[in-house]
Design a protein around this ligand. Structure first.
Ligand SMILES: Cc1ncc(COP(=O)(O)O)c(C=O)c1O
Length: 420
C-alpha cells in the first residue's frame, strides 16, 4: 500500500477505528498525492517564471482561450479556463459549509469541509469507491433508479429495500429490522425522496436517528444521505437528517451528499458536495477523509468544472440570490398546493389511483388500483399527448415541470387513461 495511504489510515484509526473498518479496500488504498506534479506546481505558484502548470498562458499572464467561447461568458478568463483544485474552490467549499450550518441551525458538531464533486452522482460514486466491496446497501423500496448503476454495477453492491411507508408514515419498524439484521450496515437515505416526494417529519427524523444510535452500540454503520431535494420542503420546515445524526455515536459515519443541482436549479452545471461527520473525528480525521475523496476525484475526473464553481460562487455572493430562490420556490410550492387541491376536488380519482404521501421535492407518486403503469403510460403518450414515469404499479409525476394551469388536466388524463 502507498505510504501516504497508510498514513491517512493511521490518522483515521487513531480517532475513529470504526471508520477504518468501514472503508473498502479501494478506500483504504486511496490518497491524494502530496508529491508529484500538483505539489511541484503549488511550490511554483508565485514565481516570475512558472513552467510547471499544464495550461497555456498568453504573454500577459492570462490563460489562453478561444474568443468564440469567451464572448458568451462575462466571467474573467481565470475564473473559466484554468483547472480548479481537486477538492474544489476553497471559497465555494467555505460558502457551502456556511450554508449547511445556516440551513441546519441545530448542527453544532464539527464536520469535514465539503469536497466539491461533479454533481451528486459523482459524490455518490465516490462514497461507493470509499466504502463498498460487494456490500449490501439498505434503502427504501422507492429509490432513485440510478443507484443501481452507481452502486450495484460499479461496486458490486446489493440493494436491499424496506417499505418506505407504513400507512401514511415513515416505516420506522422496517428500517430498524433491516439495520438489526446486518453486521455492518450501509444505509442510503434519500429525503426528500425521489420518486415519492416524501420528507419525514421532524419526529420521524428524530426516531430514525434514535434507531441508528441504538443499533450502533454493537456495529459500525455508514449512513449516506442523498440530500438532492433538501431545499424543497413545502410543509413543516425540516433540517437534513445530517443534523439529527451528527456526532450521534463513535460507530456511525455519516456522509451528506448535496449540491445546487435541484435547489439552485443548476442541473447541467455539474457541481455537488460531499461532507463527513463522525463522533470523535478531529481535524486530522476529516483531513484524511477529504484527502481520500480528493484522491479519487483526481484519479477519475481530476476536478469539477471551474466555470461552474465560479458561476455558483457569484450566485451565492449575489444580493438577489435569496430573492431568486424564493421566487422559484413560490412557483413550485404553488404547483404542490395545486396537486393537493386537485385530489380534494376529484374524489372519483380514488376509484383508479391513490397518492402516496408527499410533501417535498419535484415529484409525487400515485399507486394504481387495477393496473400496471406501463400500459397507462402508453395510452397517455398516444392519446393524451402526455408523458409520465411508469414504476410497476405506480406512476411518478414531476409536478415541478408542469405549469399550474395544466396540473388538473394532467391528473384527469391519467384518470381517463385508467378508465379506458
Ligand atoms: C435522488 C437523487 N439523487 C441524486 C441525483 C443526481 O444529481 P446530479 O444531477 O447532481 O448528479 C438525482 C437526480 O435526479 C436524484 O433524483
Amino acid at each position: 500500500m502507498n505510504e501516504q495511504a497508510v498514513e491517512l489510515n493511521k490518522q483515521i484509526e487513531s480517532t475513529n477505528p470504526a471508520i477504518l473498518k468501514l472503508l473498502s479496500e479501494r478506500g483504504k488504498n486511496s490518497f491524494f498525492p502530496k508529491e508529484g506534479i500538483l505539489a511541484q506546481t503549488a511550490d511554483a505558484k508565485d514565481k516570475s517564471i512558472n513552467a510547471t502548470i499544464g495550461i497555456a498562458i498568453d504573454d500577459n499572464g492570462i490563460p489562453m482561450h478561444l474568443e468564440s467561447t469567451k464572448q458568451h461568458i462575462s466571467l474573467e478568463p481565470k475564473e473559466i479556463y484554468p483547472y480548479a483544485p481537486s477538492q474544489g474552490l476553497p471559497q465555494l467549499r467555505k460558502k457551502w459549509n456556511d450554508s449547511i450550518k445556516e440551513k441546519n441551525p441545530s448542527l453544532a458538531a464539527t464536520t469535514s469541509l465539503p469536497i466539491v464533486t461533479s454533481g451528486l452522482t459523482n459524490a455518490l460514486s465516490i462514497a461507493g469507491y470509499l466504502f463498498m466491496d460487494n456490500n449490501s446497501i439498505i434503502t427504501t423500496d422507492l429509490f432513485w433508479g440510478n443507484y443501481k448503476l452507481t452502486f450495484t454495477e460499479a461496486y458490486n453492491a446489493t440493494i436491499e429495500t424496506f417499505p418506505l411507508f407504513k400507512e401514511s408514515s415513515f416505516n420506522l419498524e422496517a428500517l430498524k429490522e433491516k439495520i438489526a439484521a446486518q453486521e455492518n450496515p450501509i444505509l442510503l437515505l434519500n429525503f426528500p425522496n425521489n420518486p415519492s416526494g416524501y420528507m419525514p417529519t421532524k419526529e420521524e427524523c428524530e426516531e430514525i436517528a434514535k434507531i441508528i444510535k441504538e443499533e450502533a452500540n454493537n456495529k459500525n454503520i455508514l449512513v449516506i444521505l442523498d440530500d438532492a431535494y433538501i431545499d424543497l420542503i413545502y410543509e413543516q420546515p425540516q433540517e437534513s437528517l445530517f443534523a439529527h445524526l451528527a456526532d450521534i455515536h463513535e460507530n456511525v459515519l455519516t456522509i451528506k451528499i448535496d449540491g445546487p443541482t435541484k435547489g439552485d436549479y443548476a442541473w447541467g452545471l455539474r457541481v455537488g458536495f460531499l461532507t463527513f461527520n463522525a463522533k470523535g473525528a478531529t481535524k486530522e480525521t476529516y483531513g484524511a477523509l477529504e484527502q481520500k475523496a480528493a484522491g479519487i476525484i483526481r484519479g477519475n475526473i481530476s476536478n469539477a468544472s471551474n466555470l461552474s464553481q465560479n458561476l455558483l460562487l457569484k450566485a451565492y455572493e449575489s444580493e438577489t440570490y435569496a430573492q431568486e430562490i424564493k421566487q422559484n420556490f413560490i412557483i413550485l410550492n404553488d404547483r404542490y398546493q395545486e396537486v393537493k387541491r386537485v385530489f380534494l376536488q376529484h374524489p372519483e380519482f380514488v376509484e383508479q389511483f391513490t397518492p402516496l404521501p408527499f410533501n417535498a421535492g419535484y415529484f409525487m407518486c400515485i399507486e394504481l388500483k387495477n393496473h400496471e403503469a406501463e400500459p397507462i403510460r402508453q395510452i397517455l403518450l398516444k392519446k393524451y399527448d402526455m408523458g409520465i414515469i411508469a414504476l410497476k404499479d405506480k406512476i411518478r409525476i414531476a409536478f415541478s415541470a408542469i405549469p399550474k394551469n395544466k396540473i388538473e388536466q394532467a391528473f384527469i388524463n391519467i384518470y381517463e387513461a385508467c378508465r379506458e
